[in-house]
Ligand binder design. Sequence first.
Ligand code: CTP
Length: 411
Amino acid sequence: MNIVVGITGGIAAYKAVNVIRGLVLAGHDVHVVATEAALRFVGRPTLEAISRNTVNTDLYEAVAEVRHVALGQAADLIVIAPATANTIAKLAAGLADDLLGTTVLASRAPLVLAPAMHTEMWQNPATVANIATLRSRGVHLVGPVSGQLTGKDAGQGRMAEPDDIVAAALAVAGVPAGSSGSPAPRIRDLEGRSVLVTAGGTREPLDPVRYLGNRSSGRQGAAIAAAARDRGARVTLIAAHIEVEPPAGVDLVRVETTEELLAATVEASARHDLTVMAAAVADYRPVAVSDAKIKKAHTGERLTLELVQNPDVLAIISAGPRDGRVIVGFAAETVGSHEELLALGRAKIARKGCDFLVLNGVGWTTGFATESNTVTVLDASGDIVFEASGSKSSVADDILGVFAAALSGAQ
Ligand code: CTP
């Protein structure tokens, strides 16, 4: 692939060298477009040596070759890392006052941004609005992540790690990278399919400052969305409260409460081939939400909350017409033995009416914020069809193989 890597003027520019290196090692032809500011942070000779091509900066260089548009027109993929708040604002406005701006405007290639800035700048309403504009135009984002920033502060705004940027950028272009950074042969059994994943925990407000929630991190759901994308699917992720960055290259819908999740899921599930309900849905919500903060002076020594059951999203979408679509539920249970887990799972899939149920055991220290998972997949008749163990991403990838096969069988 012909890839343009844009580098803008942030301290993280030095890390862009490893993004370029990863893309070159994966066999791609990389053309660097650096802003003047970027070259104050990282030297042109380094960028030329690593990219094996001339670095382009000046709008008025090689005018005879019409380079200001040629680079963008020839690109199969554009990756901007780091993308500063200033560059993001310029891209949102469609400005073309430098070579990077003209290159992006003149290109129809997917655009991947790896933002890097201080937390205050990332959270500034101007940046938030610019990011929303770019997302709505289909621009893909990798990070930023939380961590140590330049200086003494830490928080969200740190550029994603170069390997993650390379992997996400190649996935957006349909060429997933292997762990070594070189393209790995992958199964693309969801090519042409649409996959809906719900993830994270819903939150039910009690008053303007409090909610009832759960400990779901959304990791497993996010991993399923990323794995489905890598298997070639068009993916929608409905995210309740999640503690991880949503994967790049998926359509993201944010929800808060179970009612919001229900509305979004019922609408989206009907137009997706596969629905995976990995969200941890709050089963109950307060009967009444207080308009003002609940005060101890009024509630006294004991407080009784009256709750009402929430609708069962999975059961509702499973009850509708299927038309070859496949619906998958998750069940996290606190149990003493595998037999107990299977018994609860069998009762649950019968009650919910979905096609598969992914079962896993949870406890105070297992299942939620962890990176790994062990799951058993039951089919509609309660038979074990698959067992997988490993990192949440490998488990996600493995179980998707089962659902992809069911989709082809349903054709
Ligand atoms: N689920 C749902 N709507 C709810 C509750 C759960 O869609 N109101 C979905 C979850 O996303 C998951 C599956 O149902 O895919 C099982 O969730 P779980 O909480 O285990 O099921 P419950 O019906 O709440 O059963 P339990 O009584 O064991 O809590």
